[in-house]
Ligand binder design. Sequence first.
Ligand SMILES: *Cc1c(COP(=O)(O)O)cnc(C)c1O
Length: 377
Amino acid sequence: MNQPILLSTPHMGAQELEFVKEAFETNWVAPVGPNIDAFEQEFSQVVGSKYSAALSSGTAALHLALKLVGVKSGDEVFCSTFTFIASASPITYLGAKPVFIDSDRLSWNMDPNLLADALAKRDKQGKLPKAVLLVHLYGQSADLEPILAICDRYSIPVIEDAAEALGATYKNTSPGTWGRAGIFSFNGNKIITTSGGGMLVSDDLNLIDKAKFLATQARDPQPHYEHTEIGFNYRLSNISAGIGRGQLLVLKERVAARRKNFEIYREALGDLPGIQFMPEPNYGVSTRWLSCLTFDPQIAGIDREQVRLQLLAKQIETRPVWKPMHLQPVFADCECINNGVAEDLFQKGLCLPSGSNLSDADLARVISEIKQVYKFK
Ligand SMILES: *Cc1c(COP(=O)(O)O)cnc(C)c1O
């Protein structure tokens, strides 16, 4: 029986264990310590942000970012609909409500024109959202310049969810560093992992200092633990930060490996009828966190569920692209500025095994099984 091929698994390099060992040897087995400070600094250098706060997850980072730009109970936040739920959940943690914005076909991310129309309309009604939460999906940067220009016009802060886009570029700089704040994730399935963790980045020192304060139970600087605000326990451990430092050293290789997966898939499958691979606009470079493609059943004669199920039977894990947030039962009462793109992508889209540790033989097996689905349709 063949070994299972999974969607995206952790991929350790050579240095992680050294940083972890050092943490053990110096007894910095705590949510404070030298690896955390170093990880934050090294991360800032890699992405080109002034300041970073290492946190327990990307979700925690989004929660703090939204709180720190002033989102409060009863507010609305515009948010990409085509995303993983962790982009939208933190909006509800604050008692605010998401309003979902659909994607364009070029980037699969928030459509700048749709956003511009929606904000113009809301401005007339005197009902502007408190923030815009912009997602860079599957490692592909959204079209940041027009989106930031539109939001600037109304003085609305942009928070970037770059959880899947560490190592990507937009006009030669990192997505996640353009808005008021950006977040990254080190969950086990992401480009690099700390076995769970996240980073909040910003050029605003005050925002990052406040995030660290809130992440440490909002402890005022008094020996007796004085509290004037409610905080959270959101700090990353010094052990995890050690893993992160090692992973940062191989980030470039990890991105290159994922991009290579994508190219191998596209080379082998791109000419099959009804297949389209996720586009890459020429303003930047995607991480290809997951290799995504769509099957148009009218042309292909098969649909993505057939492909998914047949590959599953062969121990190959694939996954439908994210179900848009406005179709999620939990957000049934939320407004969506809908152009049908995310819904269409959801009907047709599939993510293939994409780990940076896949072998050529793994890739060949995935390709051969997809060709089999076509052969016996
Ligand atoms: C993974 C992910 C998150 C959440 O990150 P965690 O570290 O798992 O909390 C948020 N947004 C997107 C788009 C993600 O893929």
